[in-house]
Design a protein around this ligand. Sequence first.
Ligand code: 3EB
Length: 343
Amino acid sequence: MRPSSSNLDALTVQYVQASDLSQVLESEEPHILAVIGHGGEQSLSAIGKGLTINVSLSQLSQPPVLEVWRSSAPVLCDQAQDIRLAFTEEAVFGCLEVSEPSGKVLEDVVRASYERILEYCAQSGYAHLLRMWNYFPGINADQNGLERYKRFCMGRYQAFSTYYKEFVSILPAASAVGTHGGPFQVLFLAGKQTGIPLENPRQVSAYAYPQIYGPQSPSFARATVHRTSTGCQLFVSGTASIVGHATQHHGDPTKQTLETLSNIDALLDRVHSEYPELLLAKPSEGWLKVFVRNQADFPSIHEVLGGDEHALAPILYVLGEMCRKELLVEIEGMWNLSIMPNE
Ligand code: 3EB
């Protein structure tokens, strides 16, 4: 994948086979923001460019690939206490990993982590969170009588509501996925320019979910549009088979995948109607990640997404648990958008 000529300062994601990595990194230095491995099949310790992050989710696609985030602008790396950082003039990619101390409830770990990140963003000038990824083990497991995902939502809500009176308008796109083990991990992208949150017309906003889903509703936007003088990105949150606020198609991975695609289509339509000057760039300038709860469902999910008509972008499939036990599949993505030149 090459950067598009119309959008030279694009952020791009590339799925790279381990055997091609050194070649890609050599040609791209110093423009690598992050190299993310899933499942620990590859050793990342020797990379030394951008952030190296291991997420404890095994890949279903073959051959295994690494997720490489890069910018066409030069990248510098730094560390702010326990947050690892890779930044350009315009944006920062960060990673915070915290092992959960035994005896501490998850919301306390999450609140403290989010407060650290919000504080860093405010102080650094990269004040606008655009996209966040949350990974932690046992997402559906019970901790002292409450599901860990619900505890996660409590901690995140507490941090956002402490920092912002009206936080709905600043919420980033997000994903929250259960891993097979390891620390609580937050990956984030923040920018100097604000991100514009977008909601899905087919879905109740997650921050307005009723209490049946947990004591605090999930604090994220369905998507964020990030527009700067040099480029424009659309970040789409983990999207699932939810219409209104209810899970659809219990037990049916094929129908859940189709419903999820309808949700993503509805979001893309909304982008198109609200910002007619923004054009979805070529599919190869986007990137999708599909989280699959049960390995046995992979063939049917792959069959739906493998079809040409849905070949929106390159896809990475990983095994991961979603926040509701009934959800079998979740899809997220990022696209570079072209800005139509003024006539
Ligand atoms: C949903 O739509 C599915 O809590 O950060 C998707 C993306 C979901 C992000 C989060 C949760 C989160 O409610 C679950």
